[in-house]
Design a protein around this ligand. Structure first.
Ligand code: SF4
Length: 256
C-alpha cells in the first residue's frame, strides 16, 4: 500500500494554483528503510509491538478503559513522535491468536494504533472480526494511508500532520471523502505556525462542521494555556485534548 506521487502540470506564473493543489494531490513515497521490516513479515500474520489495557487518552473516548493493539512500523517520522520504539520492535502473531488474545480482556473498547496499523493489510479482517464480536473499534491512523477499505463500523481517529511535524506533505487529503461523520480528525500543534495551518485547513475543508476535531499541544513545545487561548480566539468549534495518559502516568511512560 505504498503511496504514489501524483503530479499535475501547473501553468507558468500560477504558483498559487500549485500551492492550492498541493494538499489535495501530492502523496510522497516513504523511504524504503522505514517499512523494510514488513517486507519479511509472514503473510497472514501481524507484526505487533504491544497489546495492553489502559485508559483511552486521546479522543472523544478519552477516559474509558480500552485494549490497545499497537502495530510495529510506521512510514512517517513526526519529529515529536512519542512511540519511536514501535518503528522497529515487535513480534509476529497469527491473526486468530491476536483476536483471541484481545477478546480475552473482555473489554468493550478496542483500539488499533501504531506505528501505522494500515501498513499491514491483516488489520482489516481483524477490525471486522472485532466489530462482529460486538466491540467498539477505534483506529488511530497517521493520515498518510488510504482509509477507503476500513470497515464502516470502525471509528477512525485520523491525524492531519502540521508543518512542524516534518510529515505534512504526506497528508492524504482525499481521505476526507471517506471519513464518516462520527470519525475524528486530530491535529498535534508544535508552534503558532502549526496552529495557523490548522485553522486554515479546518476552514478550507469545513472540518469542524463535519467531524469532531481534536487539537493537542506537543509536550514542552506549546503551553496548554497558550493553545487554549488560540482556540478560543479562533472561534472554531474544536475540542482541545490533553493526552490524558501523560498526565496520569508521565510523559515518558510506555504501555499505558
Ligand atoms: S504517524 Fe504516529 S507513529 Fe508514525 S511517526 Fe507520526 S506520531 Fe509516530
Amino acid at each position: 500500500m505504498l503511496a504514489t506521487k501524483v503530479s499535475r502540470d501547473v501553468p507558468a506564473g500560477r504558483e498559487s494554483l500549485k500551492l492550492a493543489l498541493y494538499d489535495d494531490l501530492m502523496v510522497i513515497p516513504y523511504p524504503k528503510q522505514r517499512i523494510a521490516l514488513l517486507e519479511t513479515k509472514t503473510p497472514g500474520r501481524l507484526l505487533i509491538h504491544e497489546i495492553y489495557r489502559s485508559l483511552q487518552g486521546e479522543s472523544t473516548y478519552a477516559g474509558l478503559p480500552c485494549v490497545f493493539v499497537r502495530t510495529t512500523v510506521c512510514g512517517q517520522r513526526c519529529v515529536w513522535c512519542d512511540t519511536p520504539h514501535a518503528f522497529v520492535e515487535g513480534e509476529e502473531i497469527a491473526a486468530d491468536e491476536l483476536l483471541s488474545h484481545v477478546l480475552a480482556y473482555n473489554c468493550p473498547l478496542v483500539e488499533l494504533t501504531g506505528g501505522e496499523p494500515l501498513l499491514q493489510t491483516e488489520v482489516h479482517p481483524l477490525m471486522t472480526a472485532l466489530a462482529d464480536a460486538g466491540k467498539t473499534v477505534l483506529l488511530e491512523t497517521g493520515g498518510a494511508e488510504d482509509i477507503a477499505q476500513v470497515d464502516r463500523r470502525v471509528h477512525i481517529i485520523m491525524d492531519l500532520k502540521c508543518p512542524d511535524s516534518g510529515e505534512c506533505e504526506r497528508n492524504r487529503f482525499e481521505n476526507l471523502e471517506h471519513l464518516k461523520s462520527k470519525d475524528e480528525i486530530k491535529f498535534v500543534i508544535a508552534s503558532r505556525r502549526d496552529f495557523d495551518w490548522t485553522v486554515e485547513t479546518i476552514r478550507k475543508h469545513k472540518l469542524d462542521q463535519r467531524h469532531s476535531v481534536l487539537l493537542s499541544a506537543v509536550h514542552d513545545s506549546v503551553a496548554l494555556v497558550e493553545l487554549a487561548d488560540w482556540i478560543l480566539a479562533s472561534r472554531l468549534d474544536v475540542r482541545m485534548q490533553l493526552q490524558m495518559h501523560k498526565f496520569i502516568w508521565g510523559a515518558k511512560s510506555r504501555g499505558v
